[in-house]
Design a protein around this ligand. Structure first.
Ligand code: PHE
Length: 465
């Protein structure tokens, strides 16, 4: 253990794992999905999926990590199932791919801090042009990657944990202040009503599919990020209660992000949030619509706007750190390369494979109109393509295989034994039965279905829902 390092305390682990979970997915992705369709109905489905379906997957990942004290590939080997280590490899590939474009978006958010601080609200109309200034935004992304790599290079307790212990509370405080402010705006109530009152008639297959995908991504599941973080957890800790706190923190921040953004949308649409006059979905929600709000709110606009993007960057940073830690842990454990070297090598490589995602937003015609899926009317950019492959396909596939493996290959009693370490009352509890059942049947099935629906629907234009 001494050479591998570990979290210094249970709280340190929870802060870091919650930091991984809380990211662009919560503060931008979640409200954007709510705005795209479903409103409160989406929120309800999201909450249900987080707790009943994703929480058991999280527990499983952490248990595999802590049992083996290894990265996602080494973990399968250490349990004696080398043949299954392809699941870990898929996870590491996902980490690579996700970080490569996630960092590009984080770079935009980073750049927007300066745009807002200098009251350049006109950027709202120039977002497309902004993305095309590839040297400038590529520079922002580079800074973001360097900060990520520096944090990871400092190790688990000295880098990742330390950063999370500062960034997470700071994020929550900033969020509460901004929420307080957004509530004072006119028509904020109309925004909140759209967000919080579920219209059950809107619940359909597509809303459920989106909600589960969002929950899964948001909790950082399916690629072994939590196997990796779990591998640094003490045997004294209670995995179940830690996972519950991580889930609560993630869901809590997503819900709070909605309470910040929907009042702002209520304000700018003068209460007519559902009428489509403002973008409430996709990247435009954050990079086009919100700057317009900040402009409208007058003298505080620059502070509130810059504060919002600082918050977004804090959230993104604790996630990029976890995305980088997964391949780094693999290289350190399996290839025997020293952490510091491994970190800079891997980070440099990921930055390079992110370049097509960077330039595929108008600058390079080839990467902008990268691929037209079967049955689609318009092409998808490289960034969108990687998102569909990694987030929407590989994560559910990885998650499906991880839980299937734990329940049916490694076997439930071994999982139960690990979950009982640090939690003696687990064996025989209702929770044990519930988790066993979910991990054995419900989760692999649901995630497998999501995977198939994505592959057929996205890539082949066969829409079963
Ligand atoms: N959960 C992070 C977010 O919501 C993204 C992430 C996914 C991080 C998978 C690590 C692993 O933004």
């Amino acid at each position: 253990m001494a050479t591998r390092g570990g979290f210094s305390s249970r709280l340190g682990f929870i802060a870091a794992a919650a930091g991984s979970a809380v990211g662009l997915g919560n503060i931008w992705g979640f409200p954007a999905e709510v705005g795209a369709g479903g409103g409160g109905a989406f929120v309800l489905m999201y909450l249900i999926f987080c707790f009943i379906l994703c929480f058991p997957v999280m527990v499983t990942e952490i248990a595999i990590g802590r049992k083996t004290q290894k990265n996602p590939v080494g973990a399968f080997n250490a349990l004696g199932f080398r043949k299954w280590n392809f699941v870990g490899k898929i996870g590491i590939l996902s980490g690579f791919l996700i970080l490569s474009f996630y960092n590009v978006i984080a770079g935009w958010a980073f750049g927007y801090i300066f745009e807002m601080a200098t009251s350049n609200f006109a950027i709202a109309e120039q977002f497309s042009a902004f993305k095309m200034q590839v040297f400038k935004v590529g520079g922002y992304g580079l800074v973001f990657m360097v900060v990520t790599a520096y944090t990871v290079s400092k190790g688990i307790s000295g880098g990742i944990e330390k950063a999370a212990k500062f960034l997470m509370p700071a994020l929550i405080i900033m969020m509460l202040v901004l929420i307080g402010y957004s509530f004072t705006l006119e028509n904020s109530g109309a925004g909140l009503a759209f967000y919080l009152l579920p219209d059950f008639s809107k619940i359909n297959g597509v809303v459920m599919y989106n909600a589960l995908g969002q929950a899964f991504f948001s909790l950082s599941l399916g690629m072994g990020a939590l196997i990796t973080y779990g591998s640094y957890v003490s045997k004294k800790d209670n995995i179940i209660s830690s996972a519950a706190l991580i889930t609560l923190a993630d869901v809590g921040v997503a819900v709070l992000a909605g309470m910040l953004i929907f009042p702002l949308l209520g304000f700018i649409t003068e209460g007519n949030i559902g009428d489509g006059q403002m973008a409430t979905a996709g990247p435009d929600l954050i990079f086009v619509t919100l700057p317009k709000v900040f402009e409208q709110i007058g003298s505080f606009g620059a502070v509130v706007g810059a504060g919002f993007f600082v918050l977004l960057c804090f959230a993104a940073l604790t996630s990029t750190v976890s995305l980088l830690e997964v391949p780094v842990a693999y290289v350190v454990d399996e290839k025997g390369i020293k952490r510091n070297r491994a970190v800079w090598l891997v980070a440099g490589f990921i930055y390079l494979i992110g370049i097509p995602s960077l330039i595929g937003n108008g600058y390079s015609e080839f990467f902008t109109n990268f691929i037209t899926y079967i049955g689609a009317d318009s092409p998808t950019s490289f960034l969108g393509f990687i998102g569909s492959v990694a987030n929407d396909s590989l994560l559910p596939l990885g998650g499906c295989l991880i839980v299937f493996f734990a329940a049916h290959v490694w076997k439930k009693h071994n999982l139960d034994a690990e979950l009982s370490v640090g939690n003696p009352s687990y064996e025989g509890s209702f929770l044990q039965k519930y988790l066993n059942f979910t991990i054995s049947y419900v989760a692999p099935l649901a995630l497998g279905v999501i995977f198939i629906l994505t592959v057929l629907g996205t890539f082949f234009g066969i829409h079963l829902i």
